[in-house]
Design a protein. Structure first.
Ligand code: ADP
Ligand code: MG
Length: 766
């Protein structure tokens, strides 16, 4: 079957037949199998090259085959020397006939290399155009010593650059060079694939190694069901690998790429569909009621009404909580759109149904903030329990009080450095852990360490993960053992909206709820970038003074210096001193992670009450802090922050009736940080910022940071390939629905296990 789809017959390659022509024969090899074959087995790759390739992450034959060309040169579009546009940009493919080097220059030595080239192969494009004869020209390189070695006689290369004339003859100076053939190997195809170099292995060498690998590896087996391929109009995988590396036409290359992009996305989507099946479809969930007295009391205690979007999302969550399958939902929404209150309602639903709730933040500081916010909201709603002193036998104090009629919610905080509770003074870690295990602590706030081994809950009903960055799929799979052996309902909140393709990749096993409406009365925050100069700083101080004179308040944020809390404290403290001396008549307070919890609370309470005008702080206040009267956000050394963090911080102002301002004080900018600052000044749209962030950092960085466990994408592009992703998801969902254990698709199962690695391993255990 596969054989028939492979075309045969093309100009022969330099050494043996080209990989395009090698007719696949024999039983074939799967990509998973090739993942286990070392590149050293490839003809022309020895131990030295193996070491070099390993440094670029290429260890197996499969890795090498997935080192795709980053571009192609189409020889048929290349102009001959006689047709070069004078004073224009052009690409010329030519063969080096002679080269010589000399040193010139009166003002210091300049290394000069002159290369004479002629139109390559007389049967090629030059003569096709009837321009007659072989044409020669000179190309000059300055200070590019390595070119002498690279451009020996007989080498064929593409030269791209500006064409000038000298005595009526065309010439080029310092053009870009792309080797096509050299004594390392030749290539005669019409479309020249350009593979990027790895270590000392030149593109030409890589290309010939890829050719050798393909010849040995083919036919490459296809794990994707035929029906999927037919629906998508895809070529089979064997041909796709041959055509992406050595296409006969640009159309071939495009179609091959389309097929292989699909493969990358399909693997991920199948893994996600399997995940969803294991964690949702196959599980018995806990039926819990969002509509209960506790939640009603809580919502009644809020000083505002929910927005339409919050109500809709609440209904979606309510249905999941009640249903027989566990909830597995992503809550998305712009900074400040009011996700927290929705998540807290879900936690209270667990409590109202006799279960426990847990909420996890990515860092300790954020967990602490979340705890304070939750405690505060409960107390506003009149749901705070009386505080007891811990004592022997005192554990049941909370329950006793509750029995006397008032409904309260017992909340605890547990991080690796701190334990606290709203029903006990200074309880200590051991006590909090005990209370979790016995169900006394009804809601627990913590970091991801909450789900670590050894930490037990009595009846975990709802788990909320705030600002998820590192909560991988395999971690989610362990939640079940934290409850009463039923899968708890899971709600994941993302800090900012992200492009759809990215959320389909990172959270594709989750159902999406979107809060797409801001609470009323907000106006967008105006952002300005200010140079860190004396004038710039005095403008900043002026802006602070002006707002304070109108009765408003300001934040001044200092960045994280390295990874040391101590240094942070030093920097924020010196900032505090400076501002205090410049604005001696204002009330200024200081906040950082090393303050005791009581001090932090006191600082926040003073700021909230309006007693303090300016709060100088580290990023402890990044999330969860809500002071509607604060209208100025100054971020010092803003160039050190990432876009999503800047966006979060900016979201701390403009939360009330008064419009907010954000002043980014930046210094010694890199091109990337300049781009970030410009983006911040341009838009307050989190989705647009997320796109920008992707473009600046690249999808690799984003994947890595989030530890999606979904491997890295080599061809697929998160910003571009949305429709391919949707197609892959549709195909994966229907495949998994009909074959949830991939019993009829063993090749695909193997490939997912091997290529996506450890993070999906649990799917295939048992
Ligand atoms: P997010 O977590 O989505 O960034 P928060 O949940 O922290 O946003 O909410 C931002 C602020 O808006 C909070 O101070 C919250 O009290 C307030 N808020 C939430 N919902 C509403 C609403 N419906 N009307 C007015 N204010 C709201
Ligand atoms: Mg939040």
């Amino acid at each position: 079957m596969a054989n028939q789809t492979v075309e045969a017959g093309s100009p022969a390659g330099g050494r043996g037949s080209s990989p395009q022509d090698s007719r696949p024969s024999g039983p074939g090899r799967s990509l998973a199998y090739l993942q286990g074959v070392s590149v050293e087995r490839v003809h022309s790759i020895g131990p030295r090259q193996t070491g070099m390739l390993a440094k670029s992450g290429v260890r197996s034959v499969a890795d090498l085959l997935q080192h795709f060309p980053h571009r192609y040169l189409d020889r048929s579009l290349v102009v001959p020397i006689s047709g070069l546009p004078i004073d224009g940009e052009a690409t010329l493919i030519a063969e080096v006939v002679r080269s010589y080097r000399r040193t010139t220059g009166r003002r210091g030595p300049r290394e000069m290399l002159k290369v004479t080239v002629q139109d390559s192969h007389p049967g090629g494009p030059g003569s096709d155009r009837g321009l007659g004869g072989i044409q020669r020209m000179e190309i000059t390189f300055f200070n590019q010593r390595f070119r002498a070695r690279q451009l020996g006689p007989g080498t064929v290369a593409a030269f791209s650059g500006k064409v000038t004339t000298f005595r009526g003859r065309p010439q080029m100076t310092n053009p870009d060079v792309e080797l096509i053939s050299s004594d390392e190997g030749s290539f005669e195809g019409k479309i020249v694939p350009v593979h990027s170099a790895m270590g000392e292995m030149t593109p030409v060498r890589i290309r010939s190694a890829v050719g050798n690998a393909l010849r040995r590896a083919r036919p490459i087996l296809d794990p994707v069901p035929r029906s999927v391929l037919e629906t998508g109009g895809f070529m089979d995988r064997d041909r796709a690998f041959a055509n992406i590396h050595f296409p006969r036409s640009m159309d071939d290359a495009r179609e091959a790429r389309r097929r292989l992009v699909f493969d990358e996305l399909f693997r991920i989507q199948v893994a996600l569909a399997l995940t969803r099946h294991r964690l949702v479809e196959e599980q018995e969930g806990i039926s819990q009621q969002l509509e209960c007295q506790l939640v009603t009391d809580f919502l009644d205690g809020l000083p505002y009404d929910l927005t339409g979007a919050q109500k809709r999302v609440m209904r979606e969550i309510g249905e999941d909580l009640e249903g027989g399958r566990p909830m597995h939902r992503l809550l998305q929404g712009e900074v400040g759109s009011g996700k927290t209150v929705v998540a807290l309602a879900a936690l209270l639903a667990a409590v109202g149904s006799g279960n426990q709730g847990a909420i996890m933040a990515p860092t300790e500081v954020l967990a602490e903030q979340l705890y304070l916010v939750l405690r505060e909201m409960l107390s506003q709603a009149g749901l705070s329990p009386p505080v007891a002193r811990p004592q022997v036998g005192g554990r049941h104090m909370g329950s006793l009080f509750q029995a006397s009629g008032s409904v309260t919610v017992r909340v605890a905080l547990l991080t690796s450095s701190r334990a606290a509770a709203n029903y006990l003074d200074d309880p200590g870690r051991a006590r909090v852990q005990e209370d979790m295990a016995e169900g006394e602590a009804q809601i627990v706030v913590g970091t991801h360490s909450l789900i670590q081994e050894g930490i037990r809950f009595r009846r975990l009903g709802v788990v909320v993960v705030d600002e998820q960055h590192r909560f991988g799929v395999s971690q989610r799979s362990t939640l079940k053992h934290k409850g009463a052996d039923r899968q708890p309902d899971l709600l994941i909140m993302t800090a900012t909206p992200i492009p759809r393709t990215l959320s389909m990749t990172l959270y594709g096993d989750l159902v999406l709820s979107n809060i797409d409406e801001m609470p009323p009365g907000r106006s967008p925050v105006k952002t300005r970038v200010i140079q860190k100069t004396p004038e710039g700083l005095s403008a900043v101080y002026g802006a602070i003074r002006k707002e304070v004179s109108k009765g408003r308040q300001a934040f001044v944020i200092c960045p994280l210096i390295e990874d040391s809390e101590k240094l942070d404290v030093q920097s924020v403290t010196s900032q505090y001193r400076e501002i205090t001396s410049v604005l001696p008549d204002l009330t200024i307070d200081l906040m950082h992670g090393q303050l005791s919890s009581a001090d932090k609370e006191a600082v926040m309470a003073r700021f909230r009450s309006g007693e303090t005008d300016v709060l100088v702080s580290t990023t402890v206040i990044e999330v969860g802090i809500d002071i509607p009267n604060a209208t100025v956000m100054v971020i010092t050394d803003a160039q050190r922050f990432g876009l999503s963090q800047l966006h979060q911080l900016r979201g701390r102002v403009g939360r009330g009736r008064h419009p907010g301002r954000c002043l980014l004080v930046a210094d010694s900018a890199t091109p990337d940080s300049t781009r970030r600052m410009k983006a911040m000044a341009r838009t307050t749209d989190g989705l647009e910022l997320a796109r920008e962030d992707l473009q600046i950092r690249g999808q690799g960085a984003v994947f890595g940071a989030r530890q999606s466990g979904m491997g890295d994408l080599k061809l697929a592009d998160i910003l571009r390939d949305l429709s391919a992703m949707k197609r892959a998801k549709r195909a994966a969902d229907s495949l998994v629905e009909s074959d949830p254990y991939l019993l009829e698709h063993p090749l695909l199962a193997k490939e997912i296990a091997v290529i996506l690695g450890d993070d999906v391993q649990w799917l295939f255990d048992s």
